[in-house]
Design a protein around this ligand. Structure first.
Ligand SMILES: Cc1ncc(COP(=O)(O)O)c(C=O)c1O
Length: 341
């Protein structure tokens, strides 16, 4: 039955065409486009040219995926002519937590890694939204007596209009035939490179079947999260999200919306186990995370969520989130780190 849904999505999808929503437009990532604009990568304390930042093919990170990373966004504010990194400290803290789980000691302090991130963003000189990727990994070569723990930071521009399309129209998801990695097998709550094999096989399967994205259940059959984002649903005007023991990544956006956003907007929240069928009967649902920001889910397994369009609470959360990241909510300016002096 589950495979039928994945294999024959047309039978299950409602009619509204969302063609073109499935993947971000990667045309601009061609050599002549965005890639050509990315000039510098920070590596182990040095700013290197893009081409110079390399690892050996026999290294543990290449062969066994021994690495941890962060995904951070920086938002360009036209009014202030400034690039703001969102919740830099919290992301760097999670990078260190992920490294700790991996028994990798980072040879830089948190402050030095924060500075490296700001410097890399500034040195590349972008005046547009960025995705920032710090990565800590076991480099070196095969069977070295002591593998070096390398640290790099690179940045990639992420055009806003493309992202806005997804956020305005919403995405159609399916429940993945793959389960979310359980904490008894992989450290699900942190950002281990290897965890993303689980995410990628689920999203590739969903996209091939004609959906925009996948939602994972836990081994116990409860809703966990999206393949690269946390999930919220709305039932009777209460925001509900699976708890941190549901094998989720402990998302910074989730925490921002749950602990602060909802409170400021006067919306009740509840962190608890969520059943699959609750998604089908939810009034609204959305994905949230650095990558997805606040992306409405308009259907699951072809069943429309609510009216099959973007719900009012989701819209309020989106609005609040963008006001915060663009520096329009004065009380949250301490979440934003300016890149340019
Ligand atoms: C698997 C997964 N879950 C959730 C999230 C959301 O986390 P954050 O809000 O910290 O980006 C991400 C990253 O975007 C992720 O990769």
């Amino acid at each position: 039955m589950l495979y039928d849904k994945i294999a024959n999505p047309k039978t299950y999808l409602h009619s509204r065409s969302l063609a073109g929503l499935r993947r971000p437009n990667v045309r601009e990532n061609s050599r002549s486009g965005v890639l050509a604009k990315m000039k510098y990568i920070w590596m182990n304390g040095k700013m290197l040219r893009w081409k110079e930042a390399t690892v050996h093919v026999s290294s543990p990170v290449v062969n066994s995926g021994m690495g941890v990373f962060e995904g951070i966004r920086a938002y360009w504010s036209k009014e202030r002519s400034q690039l703001y990194i969102f919740r830099l400290k919290e992301h760097v803290q999670r990078l260190f937590d992920s490294s700790k789980v991996h028994r990798m000691k980072i040879k830089f302090s948190k402050k030095q890694v924060e500075d490296a991130i700001v410097q890399t963003a500034a040195r590349n000189g972008f005046r547009e939204d960025l995705y920032i990727r710090p990565l800590v990994f076991r480099g070196g070569i095969w069977r070295m007596p002591e593998t070096p723990i390398d640290v790099i930071v690179f940045v990639v521009p992420t055009p806003r209009p493309e992202r806005m399309k997804r956020m305005k129209r919403g995405v159609r998801c399916c429940i993945s035939s793959w389960r979310r990695i359980p904490d008894i097998a992989m450290p699900a709550r942190v950002k281990t490179c290897g965890n993303y094999v689980n995410s990628r096989i689920a999203s590739m399967e969903a996209e091939e079947a004609g959906y925009d994205g996948a939602i994972f259940l836990t081994i116990d059959g409860k809703v966990s999260e999206g393949s690269g984002a946390n999930i919220f649903l709305v039932r009777k005007r209460t925001l509900i999200t699976p708890g941190v023991t549901s094998d989720i990544l402990e998302g910074i956006t989730r925490e921002t919306l749950l602990s602060v956003g909802a409170r400021e907007l006067g919306i009740d929240v509840c962190e608890r186990d969520v059943d699959r069928t609750e998604l089908y009967v939810a009034d609204e649902a959305f994905l949230c995370g650095t990558g997805q920001e606040v992306t409405p889910i308009v259907s699951v397994d072809g069943i429309p969520i609510g009216k099959g369009s973007v719900g009012s609470i989701t819209k309020k959360m989106q609005k609040w989130f963008f006001e915060v990241v663009e520096g329009k909510r004065a009380k949250h300016m301490d979440w934003l780190t300016p890149v340019y002096a």
